[in-house]
Ligand binder design. Structure first.
Ligand code: G
Ligand code: G
Ligand code: MN
Ligand code: NA
Length: 253
């Protein structure tokens, strides 16, 4: 099947879905938020992960359309939950590099207003490679978003090549320790050292630290000991559809 032409139609055919993976607070043991993860419900191929189509979309302007859809859908869902009387913690959406330009703050503001969602309900996850690609453009855009009341998480932290000097200059509220390091915890000395260095530095910069890809209780114990704030991974939950996630949140009170 031809990904590109079919992806073009996926939005109008209503084949895209957002799944929500809980992040659990180590302090309270409760759900502190969720990461929204895009899925494509293809009529013949079944449920496709972004790993199978985001790179294709990024080669064209299609990624902008997908990105708009994700932002709108997350806000639509937050409004629907609020209208149903639910108190739901913030949702984080992933941004591709091409989505981040001078027009982003206005797009985000319009989308929040359209659904009457407070900015504190929305987080944006960006990667360090996105930041490093064009720091002079990205910095004022992120500053504007933070001034509007959104928070910014740096995803896949430690896997790129960002200079630590940038970290200090950028308004990053959350660091996400990449799964690549969490995998080796607590048995691989190098992964433990890297995880510890990230937590130590993030704390000094007053950032919230989230570890992703947590699959075992011994990983949890080690990351708790280090002082991570939140954990995300299969140990707690896989990404859930909106109704499943809402049930999780309702039962978490
Ligand atoms: O959920 P999953 O493991 O399939 O995600 C694979 C990759 O796709 C992850 O790196 C994730 O950050 C990325 N991803 C998930 N949802 C989105 C999205 O809405 N937009 C973009 N740009 N990337 C996403
Ligand atoms: O790059 P990003 O952090 O956005 O990627 C998130 C991806 O990781 C999602 O596709 C999600 O399905 C996947 N994921 C989430 N938790 C786990 C986990 O505990 N183990 C593994 N192997 N993958 C996970
Ligand atoms: Mn992410
Ligand atoms: Na990641």
């Amino acid at each position: 099947f031809r990904i590109e032409s079919e992806l073009r139609q996926a939005v109008s055919r209503n084949e895209l879905r957002l799944f929500y993976q809980p992040k659990v607070s180590l302090r309270t043991g409760r759900i502190a938020g969720a990461e929204a993860l895009l899925r494509w419900h293809h009529p013949e191929q079944g449920l496709l992960s972004p790993a199978q189509f985001v790179a294709v979309a990024e080669e064209t302007r299609l990624i902008l359309e997908l990105g708009d859809w994700v932002l709108n859908e997350a806000c639509r869902q937050l409004r629907a939950w609020a209208d149903a009387g639910m108190v739901v913690p913030p949702v984080a959406v992933n941004l591709s590099a091409r989505q981040v330009d001078e027009r982003l703050p206005e797009l985000v503001e319009k989308t929040l207003n359209r659904h009457r969602v407070p900015p504190s309900q929305l987080k944006l996850e960006i990667t360090e490679s996105l930041v490093m690609r064009n720091p002079e453009m990205v910095l004022p855009v992120l500053n504007q978003l933070v001034a509007m009341g959104l928070s910014i998480a740096l995803d896949d932290f430690g896997t790129g090549y960002s200079s630590l000097a940038y970290l200090k200059r950028f308004p990053i509220t959350t660091l996400k320790i990449d799964r690549a390091f969490v995998i080796g915890v607590p048995h691989e000395a190098n992964d433990c050292a890297i995880a510890q260095a990230i937590v130590t530095m993030g704390k000094q910069l007053r950032q919230e630290i989230v570890a992703e890809g947590v699959e075992s209780r011994e990983q949890m114990a080690f990351l708790r000991e280090l002082g991570c704030d939140q954990l995300q991974g299969y140990l707690f939950s896989k990404p859930l559809d909106a109704d499943e996630y809402a049930r999780w949140v309702a039962e978490d009170r």
